[in-house]
Write a protein that binds this ligand. Structure first.
Ligand SMILES: Cc1cc2nc3c(=O)[nH]c(=O)nc-3n(C[C@H](O)[C@H](O)[C@H](O)COP(=O)(O)OP(=O)(O)OC[C@H]3O[C@@H](n4cnc5c(N)ncnc54)[C@H](O)[C@@H]3O)c2cc1C
Ligand SMILES: Cc1cc2nc3c(=O)[nH]c(=O)nc-3n(C[C@H](O)[C@H](O)[C@H](O)COP(=O)(O)O)c2cc1C
Ligand code: SF4
Length: 638
């Protein structure tokens, strides 16, 4: 396989073509690589990846506060060296990513105007203008970045990557959208590239021209006024001419963040044509990324010569062993990333990383799955993600596990969540969990609806209640009409709206996705949401939010926010907004008004037998909550 051929970046030989994309997943308050962070990377090295590019390190906090690591001091060398040694033990190379700041994207301090190329608006704090860096500031940043690179080299790192992508500070200099300077750091492309090229030269001066230097940048911004591909290709040529050894390519910027940091909604290989275009104009290797985790796709893009290396971001968080599993043909054992960006949200919330589908991520040495010395007879009620995870972990530890699921298949609400084509990764996750259950010792009984009596008669030592949630039905006149459907039934195909005009009541995540699902079938869809905006309750990462909003607008779904449904009729609904009453004609009404815990069973049993309530049956939330709670229920069962 091409994936397992050796590759080269400058004089650096890499054992295969798989590169872990840089991801700031761990937050260490002292800015240094903690043992926990190093251990997280080490697990990825153990999993066979050819090279790890670390999440970005900043060169200093003089110009902006940062939640990331800092490589600014001689004393940091030992931690980087620890990482290098432990990765090298597995034959994995280490590249340290250095980033000269976020500029207008700084998000951790809403009260201080960020520095940027020009006095453009801060991305997060609307109305706040950035402070243009002076020429002396620029020179200082260049000097500090070079110092960081020299520390990385002294620590034994195999390469450094300069982060100039994504609309961050260096990209703010490189793009005419954000660079309005009239001095030699602005103007034409040569002027706008000066900052980046000075950093390249300064790194070469301290590390030597042979020390592998990679640049991550975006040949195409995918927003009006942003970089178009012809300029992106010019940049590639300038970087090659400057002696850069490889180009790591991305697409988009914060203003269309889902292009840069993939969400569940992007198709496979959604950035690959940019890499292919850049490869046409340079002779140095390129690293492509952007949902390349399907092994067939990863192999294909290499075989077609569209890229020299496959960069994997999210998938390395979800499954550190992707590379070895692919090499061994154990593709069915890969834990699939579901594109939820909970990992990214953790970072933006200031928390240490974790993953919806892999509770061990960032807890490699903290959570231990220890064989039990006191095997219990465990019943898990409910075969959604929470119940399945609990059953798997408990069974792996040696408990005798029975799982009752009232439906004729496993998956719970994920079957509805993954029903639209644009949620394919959720379907893959259900298949993965189901395969694991089937090859485990868990005794699964489908179409087995648990009652308190049956459970008590079963003689179980402990019961895990993972019965999920029930849809909320608002007390509105006409809600029982034949033209009213539940979003779950619509998504699962258990019901069909015959009319071409549909109103979805509720504009949370489920309502919005159901609206797009229906609009993609050619229906005229309107969302009615009581709160001031749609997706107010979704609690998901900004890139997922941006993408779903774009899908809603692209599919011409109409939105009535701040609007209450007061009655449902055969031919439409009555609404009220700010005291004004009106109607929307429609033939079908789909309810997506939220969920309440399905906890009757739990209430009947709680004082009678040892039970643990997990996931949506404790409180309706998300996959990560169900999986984590299932994992811990199985892990801690004693
Ligand atoms: C359309 C939709 C889209 C969603 N999208 C996302 C998303 O993108 N990201 C995200 O994080 N979350 C999403 N969610 C939420 C997510 O699906 C839930 O949080 C998650 O499924 C909860 O898992 P669970 O195991 O707790 O419960 P469930 O998945 O609800 O599983 C409960 C299971 O228990 C079974 N059961 C109930 N009572 C009994 C009984 N008495 N006996 C036997 N079996 C019983 C049910 O049949 C069901 O299979 C979405 C939900 C919906 C509806
Ligand atoms: C949690 C998280 C943190 C990230 N941090 C960085 C970073 O520090 N530097 C960087 O260049 N890219 C960062 N990225 C972007 C990834 O490197 C990669 O470009 C992106 O996820 C697309 O690749 P994928 O589809 O394989 O995930 C981050 C992505 C995620 C999910
Ligand atoms: S948290 Fe979600 S998006 Fe991030 S790696 Fe895990 S499954 Fe993928």
């Amino acid at each position: 396989m091409k994936l397992f051929e050796k590759g080269r970046i400058g004089n650096l030989e890499i054992k295969n073509r798989v590169v872990m994309a840089p991801m700031a997943v761990t937050i260490d308050p002292d800015g240094s690589l903690s043992e926990r962070t190093v251990r997280y990377y080490e697990e990825r090295a153990k999993g066979g990846v050819g090279m790890i590019i670390t999440g970005y390190s900043s060169e200093s906090e003089k110009y902006e506060r940062s939640s990331c690591h800092k490589l600014d001091d001689f004393k940091k060398i030992s931690r980087v060296n620890d990482l290098v040694q432990r990765a090298h033990a597995y034959g994995t190379k280490v590249c340290i990513q250095l980033g000269p700041g976020l500029g207008r994207i700084v998000y951790i301090d809403p009260n201080t105007p960020p520095y940027s190329a020009s006095d453009v608006e801060s991305y997060w704090t609307k109305g706040m203008k950035c402070i243009p860096l002076t020429k002396d500031d620029i020179k200082e940043i260049v000097r500090l970045i070079a110092f960081s690179a020299s520390l990385a080299k002294r620590a034994g790192a195999d390469a450094v990557e300069l982060r100039t992508y994504g609309g961050y500070l260096a990209d703010q200099f490189m793009s005419s959208l954000w660079n309005k300077r009239t001095d030699e750091y602005g103007g034409d492309l040569k002027g706008r590239m000066r900052f980046t090229l000075e950093m390249v030269e300064a790194i070469q001066n301290v590390c030597g021209k042979d020390f592998p230097l990679i640049i991550k940048y975006n040949p195409y911004h995918a927003i009006p006024g942003g970089r178009e591909l012809p300029e992106g290709l010019e940049i590639a040529k300038m970087l090659e001419a400057a002696g850069v050894h490889a180009l790591h390519l991305d697409k988009g910027c914060y203003d269309c963040w889902y292009n840069a940091i993939t969400t569940v909604y992007q198709p496979d290989a959604h950035q690959i044509e940019l890499a292919a275009a850049v490869k046409q104009v340079v002779n140095i290797p390129v690293i492509a990324q952007g949902k390349l985790q399907n092994p067939t796709v990863a192999e294909q893009v290499l075989a077609e010569g569209k890229t020299d290396f496959v960069g994997l971001g999210h998938q390395m968080i979800a499954d550190p062993h992707w590379t070895n599993k692919v090499k061994a043909g154990k593709i069915q054992q890969i834990i699939p990333c579901i594109g939820c960006n909970q990992c990214l949200k953790y970072h933006f919330d200031g928390k240490f990383g974790n993953c919806s589908v892999n509770p061990m991520t960032c807890y490699e040495d903290i959570y231990k799955i220890v064989p039990t010395d006191c095997s219990k007879n465990l019943l898990v009620v409910g075969g959604g993600p929470g119940g399945m995870e609990a059953a798997l972990i408990a069974s792996e530890r040696g408990h005798k596990v029975t799982l009752w699921e009232k439906e004729d298949q496993l998956g719970g609400l994920l079957l509805a969540a993954g029903a639209p084509d644009f949620k394919e990764p959720i379907k893959n996750y259900v298949k993965y969990l189901t395969r694991r259950i089937e090859s485990s010792d868990v005794d699964v009984r489908l179409m087995e609806e648990a009652t308190a009596e049956e459970i008590l008669a079963g003689g179980f030592d402990q019961v895990i209640i993972a019965t999920g949630a029930r849809s909320l039905v608002p007390p509105v006149a006409g809600i029982d009409g034949e033209n009213v459907y539940s979003s779950t039934d619509i998504l699962l195909g258990n019901a069909r709206v015959d009319s071409d005009h549909v109103v979805v009541v509720g504009g949370g995540l489920v309502g919005c996705e159901t609206a797009v699902f229906l609009a993609q079938q050619g229906k005229d869809v309107t969302i009615v949401e009581m709160l001031a905006d749609i997706l107010a309750t979704a609690d998901h990462c900004d890139n997922n939010d941006q993408c779903l909003r774009k899908m809603i607008s692209d599919s011409n779904v109409k939105i009535h926010a701040g609007t209450k449904v007061t009655a449902i009729h055969n031919d439409g609904i009555d609404i009220e907004k700010g005291g004004n009453k009106s109607s929307i004609p429609c033939g079908g009404v789909v309810l997506a008004c939220g969920y309440k815990p399905n906890n009757e069973l739990a209430k009947q049993l709680e004082d009678v037998i040892d039970i643990k309530i997990i996931g949506d049956s404790a409180s309706p939330r998300k996959i990560i909550d169900a999986v984590q709670e299932g994992f811990h229920a199985g892990r801690l069962l004693d």
